[in-house]
Design a protein around this ligand. Structure first.
Ligand SMILES: NC(=O)c1ccc[n+]([C@@H]2O[C@H](COP(=O)([O-])OP(=O)(O)OC[C@H]3O[C@@H](n4cnc5c(N)ncnc54)[C@H](OP(=O)(O)O)[C@@H]3O)[C@@H](O)[C@H]2O)c1
Length: 300
């Protein structure tokens, strides 16, 4: 008997850190087209569509050219400090284009999965469940919170996933937060890391598996995809140094010691019980680091 053709999945932000990790896994079950703007994706089995999602013609043309059966939207201005300093430019992709894409999916009657952030919370009363009130401290978080609301208004059947801080291998032009730390640790440079900023980190590989699982289960609404441990930035540095088998040159410090453009939340740990009930099973950081090429020095 002939196999049914694979469904067509459009992944935006496919040249970025998370989108690329999603593409790597999704090709097992989907025909994947990755959308990117400036940089290549570089995965043989993934078709590339290059353009700016804030351009209406490009965005609508994607649907006629690729007729997707589902969209995972990770494209974003994802750096909180960049958003704080470039409010209009970041809002164009984080809010306007994202809501427009959700409308397109609603009109086409196909699933739309949006990656939001743990930074929609203020960090005062963790761990945060899906129904806890949002109160972002910086513009990036405010853009994401407003976009979540708007998406679920224009498309109540959409999936909104609040992502934790993520780590993992990355394509050539992207990185996760561990990449500069790895470079510094390998160069023997001193790292200063917060002891008073907590997150529930997950590997991009586990996070991607969680996103594809929620899409596959035809869920709707808001889900948290936090990792299994509550760790400070300082804890994460020590775990990373151990994985690299290096003596950690890490100086503990506090958020107030380092001025940054975007205000930072103290503890945005996520309670991810809803996703767990769907089968989401993220692994501890120590275990996930061992699997990474960037730790084994295969690529950097
Ligand atoms: N990384 C984390 O730890 C983390 C934590 C919480 C939430 N998130 C969320 O997860 C998602 C992915 O984050 P990330 O770290 O993977 O981001 P990233 O590495 O900075 O990648 C951003 C991607 O968006 C694309 N992009 C940006 N503006 C675009 C535009 N106008 N048109 C088309 N494509 C555009 C970029 O394309 P080019 O590179 O080709 O220009 C790139 O592929 C974001 O929604 C972010 O808010 C990430």
């Amino acid at each position: 008997m002939a196999r049914a053709p694979l469904k067509r999945l459009l992944v935006t932000g496919a040249s970025g850190f998370l989108g690329w990790n999603i593409c790597r896994q999704a090709t097992d079950t989907y025909n994947v087209t990755g959308v990117c703007m400036t940089n290549p994706i570089g995965i043989d089995s993934v078709d590339e569509a290059h353009g700016d999602l804030t351009n209406d013609d490009f965005r609508t043309g994607l649907f006629s050219a690729h007729a997707p059966d589902a969209v995972i939207h990770t494209a974003a201005a994802a750096d909180p400090n960049f958003c704080q300093n470039h409010p209009d430019e970041s809002a164009a992709i984080n809010v306007t284009a994202t809501v427009a894409l959700a409308r397109q999916c609603a009109a086409a009657g196909i699933p739309f999965l949006f990656t939001s952030t743990d930074l929609v919370f203020d960090g005062i009363r963790p761990p945060y469940g899906e129904n806890d009130p949002v109160n972002p401290l910086n513009l990036y978080g405010r853009q994401k919170a407003a976009t979540e609301r708007e998406i679920l208004t224009v498309y109540p059947g959409a999936i909104v996933c609040r992502m934790p801080l993520m780590f993992g291998d990355a394509p050539m032009h992207a990185k996760s937060f561990i990449h500069p730390m790895i470079n510094a640790l390998r160069a023997g440079k001193e790292l200063r890391l917060f002891t008073d900023e907590y997150r529930t980190p997950a590997s991009a590989s586990d996070a991607a598996a969680g996103l594809l699982l929620l899409l596959d289960k035809e869920t709707t609404g808001i889900f948290h995809l936090g990792g299994p441990q509550r760790l400070s930035r300082y804890d994460m540095g020590r775990i990373l140094a151990a994985a690299l088998k290096l003596r950690p040159a890490i100086t503990p410090c506090r958020q107030s010691d380092i001025p940054l453009s975007a205000p930072r939340a103290a503890d945005v740990s996520l309670d991810s019980a809803y996703a767990a009930a769907q089968g989401y099973r993220p692994h501890p950081m120590e275990e996930e680091l061992e699997k990474l090429d960037c730790i084994r020095n295969i690529t950097m």
